[in-house]
Design a binder for this molecule. Structure first.
Ligand code: P70
Length: 470
């Protein structure tokens, strides 16, 4: 059969095609079950994609956390694990990589991001102190609250608007922040909690100008500034692309400059750092480091392994170096963008601009007839699974949880379903299958009803909550 106007996808988008800067050496077979089997699996999982068995999933876009494919070099590094209880050589390799690429002086490994969040929250927050941040992240805010802190959102207003095309929707509103500092007094501020490519805002970046001004503001009041570096490498890509003066600066140099404005960082290495498990905490202040190094032995393990095996530390050290490659980051974000551009060309409502690690479907606009208390984003995640075995994640009212003061739900402005792309795992053909499934679910939107929550656990309810169809 001949085609009237054959075009590659790159040509259709008016550009030269790009390809991933790697080739595949080992494959993991996928399984697709029937629609009836998916309907059964979904009901058994209480319409919560976290409760599905991964064997029942075809394309898994639940998260980019710990789901990356490691390189041949990382796997080779695993065999060089020094499993000594204390002083493993892999720890020193990790410490060197962190100091070299992120620039912080002192390093504490942890088993993953929330281990690091726990330690920094316990060490730095005094009961009743405020923690202003650029939108909350679930585990981060929970650890801040468990340590007695009061989180308050000081992100710019544009971040809460899924249609705003602001290039740096992760920025902190310095006016809002200064108002909190003046109202409470600087001694009542535990620290400013800044995240690179803000996850809950749709993977939206922070500009270099913003962090520079933030540093100056914090210095004026003597307030500390800590960074959630989980997706900071991806944030650097947006600075390179959008901020004047950085077009020719390598990703690695941008990351280092950005981190240089902060007093330390916590990290879920399961994202940017290309490992299946791991995290770290890094600070410049020696006294704080001593406290953290002491706390880590209580909750994670000795300060040279922090809950990880030597081989995990080695994979992380190598992953850090690989993650800083400009080609890698461009291909990674390019793939996310490819999927997003297809969907937006089909006029499916997604958060704009397209962020770094995921496409966020705007469930409010997708299902305008489903009220927020009937969990539109959770509903959309369930429908996508039912249609094509694609697993996504709710990032709306279920994730937001309840206000500890009133007991009522938080009602976040953003009601999103996240299609999160693992790094170096899926091909462009997988993205096409995903796009077509989203389109099919969109076309059937008017016949779709919402959900009611029938089981709600106390902490981070979205992980284990159960729902029923209305
Ligand atoms: C995700 C994962 C983890 C994460 C993060 C940011 C910006 C810290 C962490 C914690 C996993 C996840 C976690 C809670 C709810 C849903 C999903 N994000 N900061 O999928 O790190 O998971 O290693 O403890 O994104 O976005 P860790």
């Amino acid at each position: 059969m001949s085609h009237p106007n054959p075009q590659t996808m790159g040509q259709q988008f008016g550009r030269r095609s790009w390809a991933e800067p790697w080739k595949i050496k080992m494959v993991e077979p996928l399984r697709m079950i029937s629609r009836d089997e998916r309907a059964r699996a979904l009901a058994e999982a209480g319409y919560n994609t976290f409760l599905l068995r991964s064997d029942d999933v075809y394309i898994d876009l639940l998260t980019d956390s710990g789901t990356s494919a490691m390189s041949d070099r990382q796997w080779a590094g695993m065999l060089l694990g020094d499993e000594a209880y204390a002083g493993s050589r892999n720890f020193y390799h990790l410490e060197e990589a962190l100091q070299h690429y992120y620039g912080y002086r002192f390093v504490v490994p942890t088993h993953q991001g929330r281990g690091a969040e726990h330690l920094i929250s316990q060490a730095v927050i005094k009961r009743g102190q405020w923690v202003p941040g650029n939108m909350y992240f679930t585990t981060t805010r929970l650890h801040q609250e468990l340590a007695g802190g009061i989180f308050t959102d000081v992100i710019i207003d544009e971040a809460h608007d899924s249609t705003s095309m602001h290039p740096f929707k992760g920025n902190i509103d310095l006016g809002k922040l200064e108002a909190v500092i003046k109202r409470e007094g600087p001694e009542k501020i535990a620290y400013v909690s800044l995240a690179g490519t803000v996850n809950m805002a749709g993977g939206q970046p922070v500009s270099m100008a913003n962090v520079r001004e933030l540093r100056a503001l914090c210095d004026r009041y003597g307030v500390r500034l800590f960074l959630d570096a989980t997706r900071m490498v991806e944030n650097a890509f947006f600075i390179q692309e959008r901020e004047a003066g950085y077009a020719n600066t390598p990703i690695a140099a941008i990351v280092k400059e950005f981190c240089g404005y902060t007093d330390g960082a916590w990290m879920s290495a399961k994202k940017d750092n290309l490992v299946n498990i791991g995290g770290w905490l890094a600070v410049n202040d020696e006294q704080l480091f001593e406290e953290l190094r002491n706390l880590v032995v209580v909750y994670e393990g000795l300060h040279t392994y922090g809950g990880l095996a030597g081989r995990d530390l080695e994979a992380m050290a190598i992953g850090i170096a690989e993650s800083m490659s400009d080609d890698h980051v461009r291909a990674r974000i390019g793939q996310v963008r490819y999927l997003g551009e297809l969907l937006s060309d089909w006029e499916i409502p997604i958060v704009q601009p397209i962020g770094g690690h995921a496409i966020f479907l705007d469930a409010r606009r997708f299902y305008p007839h489903i009220p927020q208390v009937q969990f539109p984003a959770q509903t959309l995640a369930a429908e996508l699974y039912l249609d094509a075995g694609i697993r996504s994640m709710e990032r709306g009212i279920a994730s937001a949880g309840r206000d500890p003061a009133t007991g009522d739900h938080y009602y976040p402005k953003l009601e999103l379903t996240r299609l999160t792309i693992p790094r170096r795992v899926y091909t462009q053909a997988h993205m096409d299958v995903v796009a077509e499934a989203v389109k099919a679910v969109y076309d059937a939107r008017e016949q779709t009803h919402g959900l009611r929550m029938v089981y709600e656990p106390k902490y981070l309810r979205f992980f284990q909550a159960r729902f029923e169809r209305i």
